[in-house]
Write a protein that binds this ligand. Structure first.
Ligand code: ADP
Ligand code: MG
Length: 259
């Protein structure tokens, strides 16, 4: 057996597949460019590490279940002046994750709340953190399903507690019953001061009480969510409707005549 073949087989057996793949090319360029032994080994290792890093990001992205993939490069700040670019850049540095702070994005539909949440999750994944995206509606469905099947709640909760970053999207579209409110409280408490939540809501905090069966549970949840947190209040027009609005199909709500 040729040495090269033996080395390739060895690399494959050791699950260094990318090194095995590029071995021929790296050997060739090493002799052409008269590389040192160390430089040669360095090139091989870099190829393996790069591929593993990329795969890791791919897997983490899949596991995060993002509804779409958009970054802040896709965001038009001039359309949404209440979104402060400097504040978003600070968030993209991900220090909030290290400090275990929450980010709360509030505002009417279409202003970019989910977009920003997705962008933060993608940035976290790119930096090697784990993230998970869920809407409030799915979160409650997912936990009810477990409860109906008499699965231990801890098993289902694990998926929601383990990721370094949990996005809970669309809090406030549906009021929660007592059981759902208790689950949500448990989740927020379990992540409190341990790992970050990025939450989006169309309701201001003042309206949160109406989402929960009791004011006490609403304030207990808000208390933990807000203790170490950044709130971004977005006030503006829906990006979804901007083209329609431009074409004059929809009047601006604030300029609509009172009926
Ligand atoms: P919501 O605030 O309801 O969560 P989304 O973040 O889902 O709204 O935004 C609705 C759509 O408009 C998405 O496709 C999003 O990428 C896009 N979008 C929203 N705001 C902007 C913006 N300022 N620049 C570019 N795209 C935007
Ligand atoms: Mg949304």
């Amino acid at each position: 057996m040729l040495v090269e073949e033996r080395v390739r087989l060895g690399l494959e057996r050791l699950r260094l597949g990318r090194m095995a793949e590029v071995l021929g090319n790296v050997c060739e360029s090493a002799s052409r460019e008269d590389l040192s032994y160390l430089d040669f080994l360095d090139q091989l290792l870099q190829a393996e590490q790069t591929q593993r890093f990329e795969r890791n990001i791919e897997v983490k992205t899949r596991l995060a279940r993002l509804p779409y993939h958009k970054t802040m490069n896709d965001f038009d700040y001039s359309f949404q002046p209440t979104v402060d670019k400097k504040q978003i850049s600070d968030l993209l540095s991900l220090q909030f994750l290290e400090r275990r702070e929450n980010v709360l994005l509030l505002g009417p539909p279409g202003v970019g709340k989910s977009h920003i949440a997705v962008a933060l999750a993608l940035e976290a994944i790119t930096k090697g953190y784990s993230a998970y995206f869920v809407t409030m509606h799915h979160l409650i469905d997912y936990l009810s399903e477990g409860s109906e099947r008499n699965e231990p709640m801890a098993t289902r909760m694990r998926v929601l507690i383990r990721p370094k970053l949990l996005v809970i999207d669309e809090v406030g579209y549906l009021p929660l019953d007592r059981q759902a409110a208790n689950w949500f409280f448990e989740l927020v408490s379990r992540r409190y001061e341990k790992s970050s939540i990025v939450l989006t809501s169309n309701k201001s905090y003042g309206d949160w009480a109406s989402l929960f069966p009791e004011v006490a549970i609403a304030s207990a949840i808000l208390d933990r969510l807000l203790h170490h947190s950044v709130t971004i209040n977005i006030r503006g027009d829906s990006y979804r409707l901007k083209d329609k609005r431009r074409a004059g199909l929809i009047q601006r709500i604030d300029s609509a005549p009172a009926s």
